[in-house]
Write a protein that binds this ligand. Structure first.
Ligand code: FE
Ligand code: FE
Ligand code: ZN
Length: 280
């Protein structure tokens, strides 16, 4: 089954976001756990979850993906910023148990001049504090573009974080195609080589979700600016290869492409379904 969806707004609740997903032909989606700037999370209503579960079941939804506010920084040189990331993520993970057995993705962080090794230590420290044996959520480290002092633009860095975390079985990776291209991985010409490298360094069993984005910039630009599928440097040919590449084709693909409204995502999803079917 082609697992395809996009980032959607949860501001009207879970039932509403599920309806949006169905409307655009998605069977998964991503949402922010709270305002991306890190505000208070809305109360979760059990009746809303119940309505969501019904729609998800009727429409064969696969696992869904929550995204932590992108302003959190688990490896800031400022201790109160790190503490805020810890508190927010711990709270998010507790709330995630209202929708058990899904994914929670976060940006590892920017070391803000402390160096990669200190960053890696601080990120793994926070994970060791918030991960619990009895949680059903898998926490995903997102591959980053390497802009500024971002940690996680090399597979080796993600591997080092995972190595330092005790509850490794609660950890996975979300691979963002725009980010890794910007980071310098040649997914345009060599998806096989990139996935092989991921497998050798991290292990393909850790790869849980693909963020499917084109990029406004060439490989190695370290910019992180997403583009609509086919309109950027990655291009429709490489994207077609990615969504059909055997070792990863059964993972959920989540679009984070720039669109003004749902219909933009709807046509992108339709296009991808055709590109997938052509090879199937
Ligand atoms: Fe992200
Ligand atoms: Fe992403
Ligand atoms: Zn991005």
């Amino acid at each position: 089954m082609f697992k395809i969806g996009c980032h959607l707004s949860i501001s009207n609740g879970f039932e509403s976001i599920a309806k949006d997903a169905v409307k655009i032909g998605a069977n998964t989606f991503q949402f922010f756990t709270r305002n991306p700037r890190g505000g208070r999370a809305k109360k979760i209503e059990p009746s809303d979850i119940e309505a969501f579960n019904k729609i998800a079941k009727e429409n064969n939804f696969t696992k869904i993906l929550a995204h932590a506010p992108y302003t959190l920084n688990a490896c800031s040189s400022n201790e109160s910023v790190r503490e805020f990331a810890l508190q927010t993520m711990a709270d998010d993970l507790q709330r995630m148990e209202c929708i058990p057995n899904n994914y929670y993705n976060f940006h590892p962080g920017s070391h803000t001049g402390q160096g990669i090794d200190t960053g890696i230590n601080q990120i793994s420290d926070i994970l060791n504090k918030i991960l619990k044996e009895n949680q059903t959520t898998i926490v995903l480290l997102e591959t980053m573009s390497g802009k500024g002092s971002e940690v996680g633009s090399r597979f080796e860095e993600l591997r080092q974080i995972i190595d330092k975390v005790e509850l490794k079985e609660k950890l996975g990776v979300c691979l963002d195609t725009c980010h890794i291209s910007d980071a310098g991985y040649d997914i345009i010409n060599d998806i096989e080589g990139v996935i092989k490298e991921f497998d050798e360094i991290i292990g393909l069993n850790k790869l849980k979700v693909i963020h499917l984005n084109d990029s406004k910039n060439p490989t190695g630009s370290k910019k992180d600016r997403h583009e609509q599928i086919g309109k950027g440097f990655i291009g429709v040919e490489a994207i077609t290869k990615i969504i059909n590449y055997e070792p990863i084709k059964d993972l959920p693909f989540i679009l984070e492409t720039p669109h003004d409204d749902l219909s933009g995502y709807e046509s992108e999803i339709n296009m991808l379904k055709k590109l997938r079917a052509e090879i199937d």
